[in-house]
Write a protein that binds this ligand. Structure first.
Ligand code: HEM
Length: 454
């Protein structure tokens, strides 16, 4: 890494307001704001409230900060807010305790467990698709939320949570995510201490979610059974020195996994359905691939490597609309980046959305083109240029889990249905949590056994 290479430029984003910096832009039009930053440099200074922060706009710098987790540790204002919900977990803890956490949590996502999870995933996907009727208009966003919430609940807690509790968990997470983004971009942190209705809703959701998770942990500890699910793995996991996770550490991990895994996977599915609805020629090719690979049966774990176009479509949706569109690090010591001295304690922002839409890396970046991921379509993007799952030691441990679920769901949908967007309905990205549209209305048409529509 040549941090001080002259080709890398440092700049300052225009439009900062006294006292609040760019909080307003980040709150009201964060995507446009982020996408505008590379024009000012490869490392761009912005104002986070009264503090200054740097956004890395060049792949080399993204790679640099992601691969040096000791100097650029989890932290900064966004991470502080995330800790209000996730506690001190694999996703939020500092570099030093992270290795132990990762060791304890990662086995739950070991590739050999994915085959078992894939059966659970297919059961939940089928249960949701069975409710669809030919000609119906669905809100695909709500349907994908339903699939990923069911999958998260049954892979986390195989001992049945029950539909009412699942609905409650989802409600709590949605209130928390909503509050989280408002808190992250609030110009004055003191606002979150006031007893406003929104703050009371946030606190109540957190209290209820904690109670549900603690109940489950206590029930699992009492029964002592291995249910073959994520919670059983967390309860039995041991680190290098034989230590295990305490109840409160397990609470933090469970909430983190719910929060990190559910809406992100729903988000990539929602965007993918939107994109294939907009591109009927790609949808037809997807349907043909699924037909050839599965011949009408449900796609399973062994089919995943054969669903190549399906994989490229998901990769491209993740490029255009990365669910985790922004994350932060904090400099734990004075560091030099792109020739600029960054004082210890400064927040560094990286955004897969920003970097994956750079026209010099991805030509015609706004165009949905799954074929750009074909192996013979030129060299793979340079490191740091395609980071929908982050990178380095903090890279997403649920990447294969999420992609397995998304591939199975997309194959099941394309195998049975053709999607028609409603004319004149605009789909706008929301940035309150993972990048996603609130609603995606699609008319669904059942496919005949070997053809297009019925
Ligand atoms: C398509 C779906 C997903 C996307 C796009 C995604 C994206 C990401 C990204 C970008 C990060 C790194 C954030 C950073 O650098 O600060 C991350 C971390 C994480 N993700 Fe995912 N994720 C997805 C699915 C999942 C699933 C299904 C799970 C678990 C069930 C999961 C669990 C986690 C955890 C625990 C971390 C923190 C890892 C650490 O700090 O060591 N994610 N994810």
């Amino acid at each position: 890494m040549h941090a001080d290479r002259p080709a890398l430029r440092t700049g300052v984003a225009p439009g900062a307001l006294p006292g609040i910096g760019h909080a307003w832009q980040l709150r009201t039009r964060p995507l446009e704001f982020l996408a505008s930053l590379p024009a000012y440099g490869d490392l761009v200074e912005i104002g986070f409230g009264p503090r200054r922060a740097y956004v890395v706009c060049h792949p080399e710098l993204v790679h640099h900060i992601l691969s040096d987790g000791r100097t650029f540790d989890k932290g900064g204002p966004f991470m502080d807010k995330l800790q209000q919900i996730m506690g001190d977990s694999i996703g939020t803890c500092a570099h030093a305790p992270h290795r132990r956490r990762r060791q304890l949590v990662q086995p739950a996502f070991h590739p050999h467990r994915l085959r078992d999870y894939s059966h659970l995933m297919n059961r939940q996907i089928a249960a949701v698709l069975e409710t669809w009727r030919d000609g119906q208009v669905i809100d695909a966003a709500a349907e994908m939320d339903e699939i990923t919430a069911r999958v998260a609940a049954c892979t986390m807690f195989a001992a049945d949570l029950g539909p009412a509790t699942i609905a409650e968990v989802r409600h709590c997470l949605s209130v928390l995510l909503d509050g989280l983004f408002k808190r992250m971009t609030a110009p004055l942190p003191l606002l979150e201490k006031l007893p406003t209705p929104a703050n009371r809703r946030f606190d109540a959701a957190l209290t209820r979610l904690n109670a549900i998770v603690h109940q489950m942990v206590a029930a699992y500890r009492r029964s002592g059974n291995d249910h073959g699910d994520v919670l059983s793995m967390l309860l039995t996991a041991r680190d290098e020195s034989g230590g295990s996770l305490s109840d409160s550490e397990i609470r933090d991990e469970v909430v983190t996994l719910f929060l990190a895994g559910m809406e992100t996977t729903a988000s990539v599915l929602i965007w993918t359905l939107h994109l294939i609805g907009q591109h009927p020629e790609i949808e037809e090719r997807l349907q043909a691939e699924v037909g050839t690979v599965t011949d009408g049966r449900t796609a399973g774990f062994d089919d995943l490597p054969k669903l190549r176009l399906t994989g490229r479509i998901l990769a491209e949706a993740l490029r255009l609309y990365p669910p985790a569109w922004l994350s932060t690090r904090v400099a734990t010591q004075q560091a030099e980046v792109a020739g600029t001295v960054i004082p210890s304690g400064t927040a560094i922002v990286y955004s897969p959305y920003l970097i994956q839409r750079r026209a010099d890396i991805f030509p015609d970046p706004e165009i949905f083109d799954p074929e750009r991921w074909l192996p013979d379509c030129g060299p793979a993007p340079q490191r740091g240029a395609y980071v929908p799952f982050g990178g380095g030691a903090r890279k997403c441990p649920g990447d294969v889990f999420g992609l397995t679920e998304a591939t199975l769901a997309l194959a099941a949908i394309a195998g049975q249905w053709t999607l028609h967007p409603l004319p004149g309905v605009r789909v706008t990205p929301q940035t309150r949590g993972p990048l996603r549209p609130d609603r995606l209305l699609l008319r669904i048409q059942r496919r005949s056994r070997h053809g297009h529509g019925s």
